[in-house]
Ligand binder design. Structure first.
Ligand code: ADP
Ligand code: MG
Length: 404
């Protein structure tokens, strides 16, 4: 599992975060922290509440060195409320007691000028007030190593474009620039590309957007019919790459055995399989060396494989969050995906819970029930041949794409 240590976050910061109960980085933090620590420019998009502040705040606090009087970090934000919020968040992890100055309109400017004279490390401010300080020659931005613009969309909406340009003009040119925004439209993009150099783009899709890319279906079945129904469905859909989720390791073991015996191209993944072997299996899956991954929820989180087209919830999850995590393995990076949820009479309550939380009724799909059905690959029937050829061709193309 991911944690802040793996992202090379300073152990003092890791400890301070843990004290606040923060142990697992969010998606935007996982993606952005290593890139920022690596001194790259970043254009980052993630929805409100996704933890963007620590995504740039942790590497900032970790990297910034006190160089003397003038600040080496600058964060430009649209409002005083946000400035205060970011300062609070940074103070939580400020293990070396870096001097952080808040500056925004409506606050006495004289005191801030005094503070700047005695020396600060990081300045957080609104565009108008920063321009004011620049015009009064009260602030020197030539030592800025990292410049951060937070909520760029908001700042542009509020008409701060000129102010931002003025500030950037007097900033050190040899700097790292990070732009964060909840939404990125063409005006945000234009500004972000103008002020960054070879930026790394990081886009974290919101839950709602992710779900919108996934066609969800419910398959009504019974324990006795489940396996044959699954096989019929696998033949009918013939996915490019699919993950089949089971509730327990034992059920993964037996389903994988059954499917292999019936001629399906599959491998299994659960926590009893040694780590090295698991990594090998994941690599083989990424290389499309087999079609189906049969897994417990260990494969539900953090598995990022482009190309997973189908999710089969052979066993329903125990909570809604896990269901969302499982189906989120498909429909990634704007691609479409399909997900099937097998439901027996005993699962009715959980299904109701899921539908309530995702705010939709999942349509039911009928699957032809054939007893003892084998893999389409094993059946020398003509009607399958076309599909199989299409799949084989597709794999070769996909592999080429991966290897590029
Ligand atoms: P954003 O800027 O993306 O809207 P914030 O950075 O303001 O989101 O974070 C929203 C909330 O989540 C804050 O209260 C913050 O302390 C909390 N938070 C940030 N990172 C984590 C994490 N890794 N685990 C748990 N809570 C977090
Ligand atoms: Mg924010």
């Amino acid at each position: 599992m991911n944690n802040f240590n793996e992202l090379k976050v300073n152990k003092n910061i890791v400890e301070l975060l843990a004290k606040k109960g923060i142990k697992e980085p969010t998606e935007i933090q996982t993606e952005a922290i290593p890139v920022i620590l690596n001194d790259k420019d970043v254009i980052g998009q993630a929805s409100t509440g996704s933890g963007k502040t620590f995504a740039f705040g942790i590497p900032l606090i970790q990297k910034i060195k006190t160089v003397g009087k003038d600040p080496s970090g600058l964060i430009i934000v649209p409002t005083r409320e946000l400035a205060i919020q970011i300062a609070d968040e940074l103070e939580k992890i400020n293990f070396e007691n870096k001097k952080i100055l808040l500056t925004y309109g409506g606050r006495e400017i004289a005191g801030q000028i005094e503070n700047l004279k005695t020396g600060v490390d990081i300045v957080i401010g609104t565009p108008g007030r920063l321009v004011d300080l620049i015009e009064r020659k009260a602030i020197n931005l030539l030592k800025i190593k990292t410049l951060i613009l937070d909520e760029v969309d908001q700042m542009l909406l509020m008409g701060f474009r000129n102010e931002i340009d003025k500030i950037i003009e007097v900033c050190n040119r040899k700097r790292q620039t990070l732009c964060f925004s909840a939404t990125i439209d063409s005006t945000v993009k234009k500004m972000a590309y103008r002020i960054t150099k070879e930026p790394v783009n990081i886009v974290i899709e919101s839950k709602e957007n992710k779900l919108a890319n996934i066609n969800q279906y419910v398959i009504k079945t019974s324990d006795r019919r489940k396996l044959d129904t699954l096989c019929s469905l696998l033949n009918e859909t013939n996915p490019f790459m699919g993950i089949i989720f089971c509730r327990t390791k034992v059920r993964v073991d037996s389903l994988e055995e059954e499917l292999s015996a019936r001629g399906y191209s599959c491998q299994k993944l659960h926590s009893d399989i040694p780590q090295a072997k698991r990594e090998k299996i994941m690599k083989a899956f990424k290389d499309v060396e087999f079609q189906f991954l049969v897994a417990t929820d260990v494969a539900a989180r953090g598995v990022d494989i482009t190309g997973v087209t189908h999710i089969f919830n052979y066993d329903i999850t125990e909570d809604v969050e896990s269901y969302i995590h499982r189906i989120g393995r498909t429909g990634r990076a704007g691609e479409k995906g399909d997900s099937y949820l097998f439901v027996t009479d005993r699962n009715t309550e959980m299904l109701i819970d899921i539908q309530k939380q995702i705010k939709m009724n999942i349509p039911e799909k009928e699957v032809e029930y054939i007893s003892g059905v084998m893999s389409a690959l094993e059946l020398p029937k003509k009607k399958y041949n076309k599909k199989i050829n299409a799949r084989t061709k597709n794999i070769e193309e996909q592999k080429k794409r991966y290897r590029q």
